[in-house]
Write a protein that binds this ligand. Structure first.
Ligand SMILES: Nc1ncnc2c1ncn2[C@@H]1O[C@H](COP(=O)(O)OP(=O)(O)OP(=O)(O)O)[C@@H](O)[C@H]1O
Length: 370
């Protein structure tokens, strides 16, 4: 897990450093460092190694990330637990220090322009502890006081549909309402760039959808958003572009559509054979019409195909030829989950190992059979 866990005192300390800076008096502004047409984020050769603690070995959390995020883009870092997403986003937020590499935020560097950057970004951490006896409006006012300009605190609450909870104590809020409050506090300074670390983790489906709506509206306003998630449906729904992160590296990057298209077929056929049927090599299905990739799953096989209606009859014939009995067959539209499995041989959701895909349709990694 990451270090994205601050209580309110820590948050206040983080933000208070720039509460007294007025926009007109900032020396950095006169340097003209921030090109409004340049990217919102530029990262080159980023690494982060956490030092050894006691008997624990050092952890190479980030192993060389290059990234460019355009202004107005909603960009997602998608990956399993421990991939290095939080470490990366916390370095972008100025809350963690890189071991090596270059980081530019809005054309500025954390070493030289920290106050200016803080004034222009909004941050929600993976988990935020609020004081239970404050109301949501009091907190929105407190956070607004850290910025030289920004939204009316009541307007920030309205943007996340919390107006009816303005005078409610934090202790009475649900998990989803707390997450929306965290977004309101990140918004109250009217930031150009918003960072959301796993915004919907742990929320029920209805609260997730509510927060998706809020993020969708912010995206429609043209605000730059950088979010981390390990939910592929979230990344697919919210993000213009995604970097899939695994073991501290970006293993694929592009729009959700581009990444899925690179699989070479829009549909996946998943099937399982009766236990008494001996297993077949995945290569037994590789030449079926329209099949672009075959992989072994824990319980069966997954075929990437362009047209399921063309492939399924041939598949059934092939199984009959081999005297195999089908137990289960499903089809689904190819998703980012399938992209992750094709790239890593593992499932993103539960990190379940799958054995030996023969080809992956992405042309980068071919596993041997069994
Ligand atoms: N402060 C720390 N000290 C030592 N190791 C750390 C620290 N923070 C994170 N790590 C380790 O660095 C690696 C990457 O963690 P990180 O939290 O960045 O990944 P993540 O992709 O955000 O995962 P999650 O979704 O679980 O938060 C993990 O192995 C984690 O245990």
């Amino acid at each position: 897990m990451g270090v994205g866990f601050l209580n309110i005192e820590d948050q206040v300390r983080v933000f208070a450093t720039f509460s007294t800076v007025s926009s007109s008096s900032t020396p950095e502004r006169s340097l003209g460092m921030s090109d409004p047409r340049g990217p919102a984020i530029r990262v080159e050769g980023l690494t982060k190694t956490y030092k050894a603690k006691g008997k624990a070995a050092p952890v190479q959390a980030v192993r060389g990330i290059d990234l460019e995020i355009a202004r107005g883009e909603c960009f997602g870092l998608l990956g399993p637990n421990g991939a290095g997403k939080t470490t990366t986003i916390e370095i972008l937020e100025g809350l963690n220090h890189p071991t090596s590499g270059t980081v530019e935020v809005l054309g500025l560097s954390w070493e030289r322009h920290d106050q200016e950057i803080r004034r222009r970004i909004g941050v929600t951490l993976q988990e935020t502890r609020f004081p239970e006896k404050a109301t949501t409006l009091e907190l929105a006012r407190l956070f607004r006081s850290f910025y030289p300009r920004g939204l009316d605190p009541a307007e920030a609450l309205a943007r996340v549909a919390l107006t009816s909870k303005a005078s409610a104590y934090v202790e009475t809020l649900s998990g989803g309402q707390r997450q929306r409050l965290a977004v309101a506090l990140a918004l109250v300074g009217d930031p150009e760039l918003l960072f959301l670390d796993e915004p919907t983790t742990g929320l029920d489906p209805q609260s997730r959808r509510q927060l998706w709506e809020v993020i969708g509206q912010l995206r429609a306003q043209g605000r730059t958003i950088v979010l981390t998630t390990h939910y592929m449906d979230e990344a697919e729904k919210l993000c213009d572009r995604i970097a899939i992160v695994d073991h501290g590296r970006i293993i694929a990057q592009g729009s959700p559509r581009q990444l899925i298209d690179r699989l070479g077929g829009g549909h996946i056929i998943v099937f399982e054979l009766e236990e008494r049927s001996p297993r077949l090599e995945p290569s037994a299905f590789a030449d079926l019409p329209g099949v672009t990739a075959v992989r072994r799953e824990a319980e069966g096989y997954a075929l990437t195909v362009a047209e399921p209606h063309a492939a399924i009859p041939s598949l059934l014939d092939r199984l009959a030829d081999h005297g195999r009995v089908l137990k289960r067959l499903d089809t689904h539209q190819a998703s980012l989950e399938d992209v992750f499995v094709a790239l890593t041989g593992r499932h993103l959701r539960d990190d379940l190992d799958v054995a030996s895909p023969t080809t992956n349709g992405l042309g980068s990694r071919v596993h041997s059979n069994e």
